[in-house]
Design a binder for this molecule. Sequence first.
Ligand code: GLU
Length: 317
Amino acid sequence: MKIDKAAIQEAVSTAHRDHSGDDGGKNASYIPYLASVDPSLFGVAVVTADGDVFEAGDARFEFALESISKIFSMALAMEDAGLNDFHDKVGADPTGDPFNSVVSVVLHGDSPVSPLVNAGAMATVSLIRADGAEQRWDKILAAQGAFAGRRNALSDVVNDSEQSTNFHNRAIAWLLYSGGTMYSDPMEACDVYTRQCSTLVTTVDLATMGATIAARGINPLTRERVISNPALVPPMLAEMTMEGLYTASGDWAYRVGLPGKSGVGGGMLAVMPGVLAIAAFSPPLDPVGNSVRGRKAVAQIAEALNLNLYNARDYSE
Ligand code: GLU
């Protein structure tokens, strides 16, 4: 499916213009660094599975990847543990609960349920095969850079801010350990998970990361095969649909129909398999954790380009 390039740039520019003035939402404040980011920043980008890049606004500003990191670590862990083992150990169902819910973990016998909530993301990190924390971290950072097509880096400022306040996540990691669903030292998994959230990307990087998923694991800018086994891609997209926008995932699937993932740093990503990825960044979040401008802009671009995974009629033409 080919989409006219002028139509993509028009959709990106229009979505940026239409939502620049939206002043709803608040920056995440439970991580001190995130509260300090300029709330007026707003970037939008699309990268196609063929490698065309379209952008508007602050699309080259670097922001914290946060929860969006979970999908890239999921690819590594699925590769190392195997699809079936990964599914058995981490689960694949929507929790219906906030991303850091302790109640959800306890209700499920101290197990994580989904790789895209904090519990599941730490269990995911613990399944990445490595000789200790540093090797595990190196694999994760290299993978993020390969998806983005440029070596991104840890922000010490963001990481320090998170590591000094992540007591809630540490509690979840110990709960998983007590339930037998943590596969490395729990504090090591929590530490590496916190680092993977504290890397910086631009909106264009994020769209490229999504376009690599859209292109079944081949980065469309570098042509590098980033996901060794294309069979890993459908479960990644399925999980994004199940849990990608926190407790608004069902609403997003109902209204937009594209696998998505957001992070409390203000990043937002949606993927149309085989075609393109749409990304946006803006720090103010709605009450469940999704970027207010980001969510609206991405939904508007998807609609303008007539992209909905469930709309079979349009793609058979
Ligand atoms: N580092 C954040 C946390 O663990 C990420 C949360 C998110 O973006 O959903 O709470």
